[in-house]
Design a protein around this ligand. Structure first.
Ligand code: SF4
Length: 333
């Protein structure tokens, strides 16, 4: 029996290189080793969204990118969180066993309060409870996380443990699969790559657009003139070469340090490497996009498969909690 992996991602639309290197590549890589459940967490997104205008399109574009990158609906369950409403039910039940003090001490809650002081909604506080419900509903045993997310997973483990102690064991305590998520900086070379900073490169962008974006990348700030020796170790363009031009990094580092290559030329090489790497992805994306209804079909099938697991879990939870169920009334629907 393969262990079950659960992972959720907010619907952020077309994926950028940071998403691809940090998460999507890994989602694809572990599909054979684990029984994977991948969820677009649209309800989580509501805690911070100012508008839901682009939500549907964002889900479609993100899932299209996922599929084109190699996430395989034959191997993995790919679905949208709100399509399986049992998660909201489990969230409510978990909220009864989660002390408020546990939630108020979560560092990301404190950060969000600072970021959106006029919208400190109830969902923000309960975010970790919903996250725990996401994992536990599908009896997720393994959760791929970066080091910074470990405290969240620890909280999920505490909630699950408390439920199991109070009512009897239903859920496995999810284990972290520490993934070496590379911290991909944006084109500004300072902040994490993110659409909100407009420092990103979309993986589905046309080659010309990718080249144009790469040419705006900040390089070694100490290298003012073409004749100055560069410092590849502090240059973000060089970091991206590590991912996209691994066979050439030593040569580029040496030429940079001896000023035999200029930054414009170096970026041109990077743009070519990125475009070459993404060519098969772009072709698959175009092919999948030309199949009417394909993404919707994948999500509908995924929701059916996820729902079957979710219903079994909720039934088990209610039995353990001794809740009177409709089936107990002798008139099951
Ligand atoms: S030559 Fe390349 S690695 Fe060196 S500073 Fe310029 S962009 Fe960075």
């Amino acid at each position: 029996m393969k262990k079950r992996v659960f992972s959720g991602a907010r619907p952020t639309g077309r994926q950028h290189i940071g998403n691809y290197l940090g998460a999507v590549r890994n989602y694809v890589a572990i599909q054979d080793e684990y029984d994977c459940v991948y969820c677009v967490v649209d309800i989580h997104a509501l805690t911070t969204l100012e508008s839901t205008e682009s939500l549907r399109e964002d889900i479609y574009e993100m899932v299209l990118d996922w599929l084109a990158a190699g996430m395989d609906p034959q191997k993995s369950i790919i679905f949208v969180q709100s399509h399986v409403p049992e998660v909201m039910e489990l969230h409510t039940l978990f909220s009864m066993v989660t002390p408020l003090s546990w939630l108020l001490r979560v560092p990301t809650f404190k950060e969000k309060v600072k970021m959106q002081p006029d919208n400190v909604n109830y969902g923000l506080v309960g975010y970790p409870v919903l996250m725990t419900a996401d994992i536990a509903l599908y009896k997720g045993e393994v959760v791929p996380v970066g080091e910074d997310q470990l405290p969240h997973l620890e909280l999920a483990r505490e909630i699950v443990r408390r439920f199991n102690t109070l009512f009897g064991v239903v859920f496995p305590e999810p284990q972290a699969k520490l993934t070496n998520f590379p911290a991909v900086l944006g084109l500004d070379g300072v902040q994490k790559m993110s659409k909100s900073y407009n420092n990103h490169i979309e993986i589905s962008a046309p080659p010309q657009e990718i080249s144009k974006r790469v040419m705006t990348a900040v390089t070694d700030p100490a290298r003012k003139y073409r004749s100055d020796p560069g410092h590849p170790d502090i240059c973000n363009v060089f970091r991206l070469h590590n991912f996209f031009s691994p066979a050439r990094v030593e040569e580029i580092a040496s030429e940079c340090r001896s000023a035999r290559i200029g930054c414009v030329e170096c970026k041109t090489i990077l743009a070519e490497s990125i475009n070459l790497n993404l060519k098969p992805f772009r072709e698959r994306r175009a092919s999948l996009a030309s199949k009417p209804g394909y993404v919707n079909q994948v999500l509908a099938d995924g929701a059916d498969r996820a729902e079957a697991i979710a219903k079994d879990t909720i039934r088990e939870v209610k039995e353990k909690m001794k809740l009177l169920q409709r089936a107990d009334l002798g008139r099951p629907r």
